[in-house]
Design a protein around this ligand. Structure first.
Ligand code: DOR
Length: 445
């Protein structure tokens, strides 16, 4: 008997939309056909009126395990992820201890194997002392190597030009960069502190972590990648100006790619008045003009993927004064519905959202047999319904451990009804399915 039969869905995949049934057996997509008859499955879902898409693959999350589990852990945050249609995630190295050694990497994999609802991969971190370890990494064992070229949560800044140069030369796999120029940020912050003391307003954040700080760092990263032939992926672009550094085109032809995060597409600096430190993040959310340029760059394939940078902090931490309120927001539970708002607003087509949240991410990281609705591939699926009336996010139970969402005042037009991870029901009928266990992502490198 098969595991799951989804009937009457509208599949959105590889540039096409079409009605079909989809059968899942042994964790994989067994069959896609206009009508699948004469087969019995343990679970059957009539998906009339719902889109069936490959689950979102999130290339940037901070699930806080180990070391900051009062904010979240792999179990809690992966539950929130599957409730939002995310079937795979790649976690960042700024944990405690940071992921700077193969032992720390192995520890994270062990933890995820025991507790993750979604499929998982881990990025390896960079310090000034671990370049030999990085150079010796097996590219199939890590999702990527992450360098903080700007300081953020976790104090992992690497800004020594010689260390960076060696990293760009010897990194054996895709190098992900957080780009902000820390000296100019510190200088800006000093000016604000002279005027406001402790009480710098939240709206100053994009003026402290400003467009110039982003450009100085991302242009340096792109320049080094061009010089040394590095496979570079610049994370969370936030400004119009940086977009000139990137070329349009399909992801598989590029050796320099870019990510934008869902909050930089959905919020702008007018939102600090209502949300304050809740939307304080690094790099900062900037102007409406920047937001609109990011949207256009996504639509024009200058930006390759949408990630979340899910970075939970507690409300107590967020209520502190500017200098002590940490940066980052919890996003996974509403990221895919939020990205789908761009369809409603006429910015992206539905097939483009699926490309940027799934196909392109799978291609960019060379993830084996995921990210597409194809027979033989792993069944990582989300069933999404477009509602007649947008629903208020404040009505949703919040699954991230920190218990809040920056979308609380928003109305969203889409809801994830069902998520399937490696062939198992992970989220269904408003409930996380407790027996679901994610698998490690495999990388064809
Ligand atoms: O806002 C952010 N929060 N940006 C980062 O780079 C790190 C993240 C976190 O870990 O809190």
């Amino acid at each position: 008997m098969a595991d799951l039969l989804i009937r009457n869905a509208r599949l959105v995949n590889e540039g096409r939309e079409f009605e079909a049934d989809l059968l899942v057996a042994r964790g994989r997509i067994d069959k896609i056909a206009a009508s699948i008859e004469g087969v019995r499955a343990k679970v059957e879902i009539d998906a009339q009126g719902q889109w069936l898409v490959p689950g979102m693959i999130d290339d940037q999350v901070h699930f806080r395990e180990p070391g900051a589990e009062h904010k979240g852990n792999i179990a809690s945050e992966s539950r929130a992820a599957v409730a939002g249609g995310i079937t795979s995630f790649m976690d960042m190295p700024n944990t405690d201890p940071p992921t700077l050694t193969t032992a720390a990497l192995a520890d994270k994999k062990r933890r995820a194997a025991a507790s993750s609802q979604a499929n998982y991969g881990f990025h390896f971190g960079v310090s000034r002392d671990n370049l030999d370890t990085i150079a010796a990494l097996d590219p199939r064992e890590v999702a990527g190597v992450k360098v903080f070229m700007g300081a953020s949560t976790g104090n992992m800044l690497v800004d020594d030009p010689q260390v960076l140069e060696r990293l760009f030369i010897y990194c054996p796999t895709i190098l992900l960069a957080h780009c902000e120029h820390t000296p100019s940020i510190l200088a800006n912050e000093t000016l604000w502190r002279e005027r406001h003391g402790e009480f710098i307003p939240a709206a100053a954040h994009p003026l402290i972590r400003d467009a110039d700080a982003c450009y100085r760092s991302s242009s340096l990263a792109v320049d080094m990648a061009r010089r040394f032939g590095t496979r570079l992926h610049v994370l969370h672009l936030t400004t119009a100006r940086e977009l000139a550094l990137f070329a349009p085109g399909p992801v598989h032809n590029k050796h320099i790619t870019a990510e934008v995060c869902v909050h930089h597409l959905l919020f702008d600096d007018s939102d600090y008045a209502q949300l304050g430190h809740l939307i304080k993040c690094n790099p900062a959310i900037k102007t409406r003009a920047d937001r609109d340029a990011l949207r256009q760059a996504l639509a024009g394939d200058v930006i390759d993927v949408i990630g979340t940078d899910h970075a939970p902090h507690t409300l107590e931490e967020k209520r502190r004064v500017y200098g002590r309120a940490p940066s980052g927001l919890p996003l996974v539970q509403h990221a895919l519905p939020a990205a789908l708002e761009l369809v409603g607003e006429g910015v992206l087509s539905l097939t483009q959202v699926v490309d940027k949240t799934s196909h392109a991410v799978a291609r960019l990281f060379a993830i084996r047999e995921r990210g597409f609705l194809r027979e033989g591939y792993w069944a990582d699926l989300a069933l999404v319904e477009r509602l007649a009336q947008p629903r208020q996010v404040a009505d949703d139970p919040i699954l991230a451990r920190c218990g809040w969402t920056p979308f609380q005042h928003r109305h969203l037009r889409h809801v994830v009804r069902t998520t399937v991870v490696s062939g198992q029901l992970a989220w269904h009928q408003g409930q996380v399915q407790p027996r679901c266990q994610g698998l490690p992502l495999m990388f064809d490198r």
